[in-house]
Design a binder for this molecule. Structure first.
Ligand code: BJW
Length: 228
C-alpha cells in the first residue's frame, strides 16, 4: 500500500454474515421478517416498546453467540500493524471487530450491548434486568432504551467521521449495500477529497459505480487477501 498513510474502512452487515448474523436486505434478511417502521424507528419504540425490546433482545443474543470470522481478524491485524491513521467505521451493532482485537472502531449506528438513558444521557452495558423494568442505574428513571441509531436519528460521531474521510488516502467499504445514508455517501466524500476508493462485497451494491475498484466475493476471503 505505497503512498497510503490514512485509511478509513466502512463495514456493514456483510462482514458479519459469515459469523452467522443475518444481514438486512438479503432475501432471508432481517427486513423480510420485520417491518422497518415497526422495530427500527423512534416512533415504533414509543408505540410498542415491548416489540422493539424483543427484536433487540433476540439480536443481542445472536451477537453474544457469534464469533469473529477471518475478515474481522484481518482488519484487527491491519489495525495493530498500521502506524498511521486508521479508523474502522462500522454500521454494525455487534462487537465482533473488538472481539477480534481491533481498537480503532467507531459504531456509527450504536451497539447491541449498550443501553442509553434518555433522561440523564448515561450509557450502561446492557444488563438482563434492563429488559424487564428498564430503570437507569445512574438516575433511577425508567427511561432506558437500546443504544441504537434508528431511522430519522442522527448517527453517532459524524464530525469525527467526516474529518477522517477528508484526510483519508484510502477508503475501503466492506459488506454494505449502500442503501442507507449518510454511510452510503462516504465513498463520494472520500473520493472528492482525493482518496482512492475500494469496495469488497459479495455482490455489486447500489453504490458500486462510485468506487475506483470493486472486488466481489465473501469478506472472509477478500479481506485477508487485501490485508495480507
Ligand atoms: C456480503 C456478504 C459476505 C452479504 N461478504 N459481503 C432519502 C434519501 C437519502 C436519505 C434518506 C432518504 N429518506 C430517508 C433518508 C435517511 C435514512 C435513509 O438512509 N434511508 C434510506 C432507506 C433511503 N437514514 C437515516 O435516517 C439515518 N439518519 C440520518 O440520515 O440522519 C440525518 C443526517 C443528515 C446528515 C448527516 C448525518 C445525518 C439513520 C440510519 C439508521 C440505520 N439504522 C439501521 C438499524 C439500526 C441498527 C440495527 O438494528 O442493527 O442500521 S437500518 C440497517 O441498515 C442497519 C444497518 O447498519 C444499515 C445498513 O445496512 P447494511 O449493513 O448495508 O446491510 P444490508 O443488508 O443492506 O447489506 C448487506 C451487504 O453485505 C450486501 O451488499 C451484501 O451483498 C453484502 N454481503 N454477505 C461480503 N459474506
Amino acid at each position: 500500500m505505497a503512498n497510503i498513510r490514512n485509511i478509513v474502512i466502512l463495514t456493514g452487515a456483510g462482514i458479519s454474515a459469515e459469523s452467522g448474523l443475518r444481514t438486512f436486505r438479503a432475501e432471508d434478511g432481517l427486513w423480510e421478517d420485520h417491518r422497518v417502521e415497526d422495530v427500527a424507528t423512534p416512533e415504533a419504540f414509543i408505540r410498542d416498546p415491548d416489540l422493539v425490546q424483543r427484536f433487540y433482545d433476540a439480536r443481542r443474543a445472536g451477537v453474544q453467540e457469534a464469533q469473529p470470522n477471518p475478515a474481522h481478524e484481518a482488519l484487527a491485524r491491519l489495525d495493530s500493524q498500521w502506524d498511521d491513521e486508521l479508523l474502522i467505521v462500522t454500521q454494525n451493532i455487534d462487537d465482533l471487530h473488538e472481539r477480534a482485537g481491533a481498537g480503532r472502531v467507531l459504531h456509527m449506528h450504536g451497539e447491541a450491548l449498550s443501553a442509553w438513558c434518555t433522561a440523564c444521557n448515561a450509557r450502561h452495558r446492557w444488563l438482563a434486568t434492563l429488559a424487564d423494568g428498564p430503570a437507569c442505574p445512574s438516575c433511577g428513571t425508567a427511561a432506558m432504551r437500546p443504544d441504537i441509531v434508528w431511522f430519522g436519528e442522527m448517527p453517532y460521531r459524524m464530525e469525527e467521521i467526516f474529518a477522517a474521510l477528508a484526510r483519508a488516502d484510502l477508503f475501503v467499504s466492506i459488506g454494505t449495500s449502500g442503501a442507507v445514508y449518510p454511510a452510503a455517501g462516504f465513498v463520494q466524500q472520500a473520493g472528492a477529497h482525493g482518496a482512492r476508493t475500494m469496495e469488497l462485497n459479495l455482490d455489486r451494491s447500489q453504490g458500486s459505480h462510485w468506487f475506483d475498484d470493486t472486488r466481489l466475493g465473501p469478506a472472509s476471503v477478500l479481506v485477508p487477501q487485501w490485508v495480507d
